[in-house]
Design a protein around this ligand. Structure first.
Ligand SMILES: [Fe+2]
Length: 303
């Protein structure tokens, strides 16, 4: 692993694929001191300020954090890292600061897409014990099956960052990841011609996307390796064979023994490549006072 001053970089305890980056508190305090000079509203209204705080952030780590993060995300053998403070202090590193921190992290590697669900370059949302929305996203008692993001939008989605801002009374709900190259049946589904057929993708009302798109589930990267764009809820099968293919794909993914699973604490984020690393979440044990606040950003790499 590369050495970067101010960071502790190791393999994550859950998998050799996953990198664990801890930000030393002295350094994070320097970041906080700098970021406190900027109002979050200004960062939301003036896109260039996002690049300015990213430059400040990168310089605190001797401009080495940019290549470290990009290298991990693009490395087919890795493709994801968990990042957060060495010691989390929720009163000091408050949610406004965490939005700024996530902004600096994403802008090291690329540009976030507009998130239609939230109406900003990021989305922040709560998950409680009960929910009456129209997708699995906020249903705590249900697991979120393995998937990639951006399956139903026109924009490309190269990467995504998922940050946990707050969590109270939670039991279960581990974050899950599956690397395509670890998945036992990847070759079988990748080589099946149905996987390269166009599927129709829609989305429920809460996503605020009023069109449908078509694309296959599998394609190949520049080196000819399989990449995937898949989620269980949004493809609309147009034939029996498409429906059955999706059903067995889902069963195979959910049955994989190679699942990476770990508890993501508040203040920490998962940053992953969206082409070969699938993500999901286990179910939470119901609790009347379960409360979680999450943030996501997804976007494209700089050219
Ligand atoms: Fe997702």
């Amino acid at each position: 692993m590369k050495k970067v001053t101010g960071l502790k970089v190791n393999n994550h305890s859950s998998s050799q694929r996953l990198v664990d980056i801890k930000i030393e508190n002295d350094y994070l305090d320097k970041v906080k001191e700098q970021f406190d000079q900027f109002d979050l509203l200004d960062i939301e209204y003036k896109p260039f300020l996002r690049f300015h705080i990213t430059d400040i952030f990168n310089k605190i780590f001797n401009e080495k954090i940019q290549s470290l993060t990009k290298t991990i995300l693009l490395n087919r053998d890795q493709g994801a890292f968990v990042i957060g403070p060495e010691e989390m202090d929720q009163s000091k590193y408050d949610t406004d600061f965490l939005v700024k921190l996530s902004t600096a992290l994403t802008h090291l590697v690329g540009i976030p897409n507009f998130d239609a669900m939230y109406g900003k370059y990021y989305a922040r949302f709560e998950v409680k014990n009960t929910d009456n929305s129209d997708s699995y996203l906020r249903k705590a008692a249900k697991k979120l099956d393995l998937h990639t993001d951006g399956t139903y939008v026109k924009e490309k989605t190269d990467w995504l960052l998922m940050m946990k801002m707050k969590e109270e009374n939670s039991e279960g709900g581990e974050s899950t990841l599956l690397h395509l190259d670890d998945w036992e049946d990847c070759e079988k589904f990748f080589t099946d011609p149905i996987g390269k057929e166009n599927f129709v993708w829609g989305s429920p009302k809460s996503k605020n996307v009023d069109y449908k798109i078509e694309h296959p589930i599998f394609s190949t990267d520049q080196l000819g390796k399989p990449i995937i764009s898949y989620i269980d809820q949004f493809p609309e099968p147009q034939s029996l064979k498409q429906g059955l293919y999706l059903n067995s794909l889902s069963e195979s993914l959910e049955g994989s023994k190679k699942l990476i699973s770990f508890k993501l604490p508040p203040g920490y984020a998962i940053f992953s490549n969206n082409y070969f690393m699938l993500h999901g979440r286990k179910a939470f044990k119901p609790h009347p006072k379960l409360y979680r606040e999450l943030l996501r950003q997804r976007g494209i790499f700089y050219k």
